[in-house]
Ligand binder design. Structure first.
Ligand code: NAP
Length: 273
């Protein structure tokens, strides 16, 4: 069996949960390989990637701050990465370095598994935040059939830029009106860093939100953010962020190892511990 080397590149990267996820699957499926966290400073990205690939690496996950700069180092990118404008996975195909992005898949797959049968086409989705993660989530929502997305970000200009992904579907509103836009929403997604351990909670009043709306938070530390607790307390279905992290890893693993892995309770517990 060929020994397959891969890993996550970022700076810093020691906090990454990806080695736990991929090494769990290598063991679970009886494969031969290892997955490491590899710290690369931006100015050394080109040379380090080349030398790692020359030494036999099959590919990488790419995290902050390299998700956009890595695009220039790919021989080609698939349509998903081009649409999102960021690469989170590199793999080799016929000797070429291909960039893809699995974050949109991870987000949508998680929502669909947590809320089977969810139809995001019939009511607006409200997306809070316009950072790196929001790009993939907007693309995922549009791909999954969203007809109307209301996007709000503290820095409105960043939301305006993201709205160019599809200006027929995405409408930008001011951050300050976030309570009011919940009235008809079918799905609310927090993609900001608010609610994360060590950060302020997301200040939002859910009173106007319909009871059958789904509330999703991509923050996963803590798993139940104040937003999700408030939503659950008033009867809304909630989707935690850990599933996005786990599902985005699956297609990357498949590219390198040829096996589409699944998520089990042991893996979830390992990642949350
Ligand atoms: P990012 O690019 O740095 O974007 C941060 C976002 O949070 C921006 O929209 C920013 O607004 C907003 N924000 C930060 N502080 C704020 C405040 N005090 N008030 C209002 N808005 C504020 O980060 P990212 O990569 O998109 O990640 C965002 C969060 O998602 C992080 O917590 C990250 O851990 C999590 N995440 C989870 C997954 C997963 O798999 N579950 C994947 C990716 C990211 P401005 O534009 O105004 O600064």
């Amino acid at each position: 069996m060929t020994f397959i080397k891969c890993g996550v590149i970022g700076h810093p990267v020691s906090h990454s949960k990806s080695p736990i996820i991929h090494n769990h699957w290598i063991e679970k499926y009886g494969l031969s390989g290892k997955y490491e966290a590899i710290d690369i400073v931006p100015e050394e990205l080109r040379d380090k990637i080349k030398s790692l690939l020359d030494s036999g690496y099959a590919g990488f996950n790419v995290t902050i701050p390299h998700k956009e700069t890595i695009m220039a180092l790919c021989d080609d990118m698939d349509d998903t990465a081009k649409k999102i404008g960021a690469v989170n996975t590199l793999y080799l195909k016929n000797g070429k370095v291909i960039g893809t992005n699995t974050d949109a898949f991870g987000f949508i797959e998680n929502v669909k598994r947590c809320v089977p049968g969810i139809d995001i086409s019939h009511r607006p989705s409200v997306v809070l935040g316009a950072g790196g993660a929001a790009r993939a989530i907007l693309s995922g929502l549009i791909g999954a059939g969203a007809n109307k997305i209301i996007l709000l970000n503290r820095t409105r200009d960043k939301a305006e830029t993201l709205a160019h992904l599809n200006s027929d579907i995405i409408t930008v509103r001011d951050w300050e009106v976030r309570n009011g836009v919940l009235k008809d929403a079918g799905l609310v997604v927090n993609t900001t860093a608010l609610g994360m351990k060590g950060k302020d909670p997301l200040a939002i009043d859910l009173s106007a939100l319909p009871n059958d709306a789904v509330v999703s938070d991509i923050v996963y530390a803590p798993l139940m953010t104040d937003l999700l607790k408030a939503a659950e307390a008033r009867g809304n279905k909630v989707v935690t962020g850990i599933g996005m992290l786990l599902h985005q890893a699956r297609p990357a693993f498949e590219k390198w190892f040829g096996v589409l892995p699944d998520i089990d309770a042991i893996l979830e517990a390992k990642v949350l511990s």
